[in-house]
Ligand binder design. Structure first.
Ligand code: NAD
Ligand code: MG
Length: 393
């Protein structure tokens, strides 16, 4: 039995992870589940999976949860609160694998703690990797932790890498990566109409059902920008070795182009249970619950170059990785603040890129040598992004 901790159990990835685990319960012991505030869903998950620990970040909600379980069949669960408890449960001795599925920078410290503790880290939380970059990859290398990508593109690339491949290593025979993107809900919308799109329109992704933040990132293609940075780190490639390809059908999840001219692709339905099951079963395979791909229904596949005028956030991400140092940290922090403001209807969709670009212009790409520098820059970039928002509203 493998012990599992799910950071962000109540989110889209967390729910899909528990769905896969429930199909293979003879192999897994759910040790810990964490949630920010969706205690209703967490309670249902506790009844189904009976973890030893839960973390509810909000202290009052954690107290109410303790009272609630007292007379339930899961009265013996240890209920912890506070952000520090996330790292505590991610590093418990009985935990073998940690699903890092918290959204945004809040996931960095517990995910990094899991990596340092040598756990097998199933990484969905791309923001944590983008903001901490080499520091995170070094922690993985030093502890000997296995790092398995959950992001569908990176999981696809990982599957197309040579046998025995480990994240962080440069596969010398790989010439370039073709990182696919759906293009999101606004791929063909007239550019002049983008200023007035609503949050609900932006989160209505044509192929994937995801949390609200990543759905907005998919619409702006900042998601692909973050993924480009993520791919450089996970596969030790330079940005010019990664080609973003718009592939609206989302059947191919990414490709690796090898020196002999072979291009390997991983295909499947757009269902996150596929990469989740791959990483859980790795290096073996088991059923994910996803429907088999019907290639006759797909009929054809299209590929386009991304238009950086339509998707300025992708351009900004390329600029951030080219600048290096703390710039990806700034990009990520400003994006988190800008997307939150858009979802709260404080700013327009087209302001997201403006906020990020103006925030980035306040920073130089100094080295991101230590976690302290990264955390300080993250906070400074958030403050600046909020100031930029004030000037827009
Ligand atoms: P979501 O919004 O559905 O869920 C987020 C989870 O994080 C929830 O459990 C929430 O309780 C928790 N959380 C949020 N803020 C927190 C905080 N401050 N402290 C502690 N916990 C907090 O998001 P999601 O779509 O499941 O995405 C999770 C991560 O996976 C993101 O980094 C996203 O980019 C990545 N990802 C998601 C998908 C997908 O299909 N949903 C695909 C690829 C990558
Ligand atoms: Mg992805």
């Amino acid at each position: 039995m493998k012990g599992i901790c799910i950071l962000g159990a109540t989110g889209s990835i967390g729910v899909s992870t528990l769905d896969v685990i429930a199909r293979h319960s003879e192999h897994y012991k759910v040790v810990a589940l964490t949630a920010n505030n969706n205690v209703e869903l967490l309670y249902t998950q506790c009844l189904a999976h009976h973890p030893e620990y839960v973390v509810i970040v909000d202290e009052q909600k954690a107290n109410a949860f303790r009272d609630r379980i007292k007379t339930s069949p899961v009265a013996d669960i240890n209920v912890l609160s506070g952000a520090k408890a996330l790292a505590q449960v991610a590093t418990l001795a009985q935990v073998d694998s940690v699903m890092a599925a918290i959204v945004g920078a809040a996931g960095l410290l517990p995910t990094l703690a899991a990596a340092k503790a040598g756990k097998t880290v199933l990484l969905a939380n791309k923001e944590a990797l983008v903001m901490s970059g080499a520091i995170f990859m070094q922690a993985v290398a030093e502890s000997g932790a296995h790092l398995l990508p959950i992001d569908s593109e990176h999981n696809a690339i990982f599957q197309c890498m040579p046998a025995g491949y480990s994240a962080g290593v440069k596969a010398l025979e790989a010439r370039r990566i073709l990182l696919t993107a759906s293009g999101g809900p606004f791929r063909t919308k007239p550019i002049e109409e983008l200023a007035t799109v609503t949050p609900d329109q932006a989160v209505a992704h044509p192929n994937w059902d995801m949390g609200r933040k990543i759905s907005v990132d998919s619409a702006t293609m900042m998601n692909k920008g973050l993924e480009l940075i993520e791919a450089c780190l996970l596969f030790n490639m330079s940005p010019d070795q990664i080609q973003v390809v718009i592939h609206p059908q989302s059947v191919i999840h990414s490709m690796v182009d090898y020196v002999d001219g072979s291009v390997l692709a991983q295909m499947g339905n757009p269902d996150m249970r596929i990469p989740i099951a791959h990483a859980l079963a790795w290096p073996e395979r088991f059923d994910s619950g996803a429907a088999p791909l019907d290639i006759f229904e797909v009929k054809h596949m299209d590929f386009e170059q991304p238009d950086l005028d339509r998707f300025p956030c992708l351009r900004l991400a390329i600029e951030a990785i080219d600048a290096g140092g703390v710039m990806p940290t700034v990009l990520n922090a400003a994006n988190e603040i800008a997307v939150e403001a858009f979802l709260n209807e404080q700013v327009r969709y087209t302001d997201i890129a403006v906020i990020i670009e103006r925030s980035m212009s306040h920073f130089e790409a100094k080295k991101a040598d230590t976690l302290e520098i990264v955390l300080a820059v993250d906070q400074q970039a958030r403050t600046i992004a909020r100031q930029v928002i004030e000037t827009l509203t």
